[in-house]
Design a binder for this molecule. Sequence first.
Ligand SMILES: Cc1ncc(COP(=O)(O)O)c(C=O)c1O
Length: 380
Amino acid sequence: MLFPQKHTGADTTIFSVMSALAAEYGAVNLSQGFPDYPIDTRIQEFLAEATVQGFNQYAPMPGLPLLTEQIALQKNKQLNVAIDAGHITICPGASYGIFVALAALLNKGEEVIILEPAYDAYIPAIEINGGIPVPVPLNYPDFSVDWDRLRAAVTTRTRAIIVNTPHNPTGVTWSAPDWQQLADLVAGKDILVISDEVYDQIVFDGQQHHSVLQQEALQEQCVAVFSFGKQFHATGWKIGYTIACPAITKAIRKVHQFIAFSVNTPAQYALGRFMQQFPGEDSCALLNGKRDLLHRLLADTPLKIIAPAAGSYFQVADYSAWKDMPDTAFAQWLTKEAGVATIPLSAFYKDGTDNKLVRFCFAKEDKTLQIAIEKIKAKL
Ligand SMILES: Cc1ncc(COP(=O)(O)O)c(C=O)c1O
């Protein structure tokens, strides 16, 4: 039988490829974006409580009110904007949130601009939903937005722009002036902003996260997407949510109700109870410490940090002073020979742009980071 090719993405994502290679060679896995430390025991206890208390059947389609209300409170406090719990839709992970937003809002043949390097799920999600991805490169080496190029990429067919702050893979964050530029760019146009903010609770050096939800001018034309997997270091729980105005929320739910319908009830209960009992807890300090540790460890190696991560789980490093090979070959060599798995940055570009960079995930035990860099140093 022949099956349709719904997208141009890889058969197997680079994250699965590198994790499998790490397992095969017994390498320290700093490739995929998941923590190797345990989740908060209090969340585990609330999960057990949920099943005992009878939260075992379908949750309401938009999400458990206990959880959506806590999210609204958290966002109101964090961003100083009034978020209505009724505009929040719990979904099975942020990737699903982006996918369902595209499924709901995109017409066939419309263009969606992405800023590269970009999280690798965007292009397949656009294509599967009948859209045409339009990649625009971020400036190199600071990964800021090239506003002239972005403006030039907008056409009459542009339906959406996907932005991501804090950014995977670079850890770069958007400032208030960045948002102003984007608001000016889409003002008066039928262009949606899909804002992937899965690392919104992980920003460093005392900085604040700047969200699309704070941009008054964009409120009728944006969807913000978040992930509890990242917020609470429980990526395997696969729970996220969208926040959007009533019209966009209605369109998203119209699709969501026939795909997932609702999301794991005990996990929603556990997250809601945790946020209710322990509001205001975040992991900025924990992850800030891990970023700093990785910076200190890398300082003794030829791997250079060209743009320090301001948020997220990730730090990009330039290996060109050490090895002269393409980034995919370098990442494979590093896994097989040094025993450290990373992700080559070319995997985040549609055209495979190779600036001799690899991405390290530092959401790991300190010991894991130390062992990884010792292994690299042993190969110098
Ligand atoms: C930028 C970005 N968006 C979305 C996701 C997916 O999040 P989830 O696991 O909640 O689907 C990830 C996961 O790594 C990510 O890095």
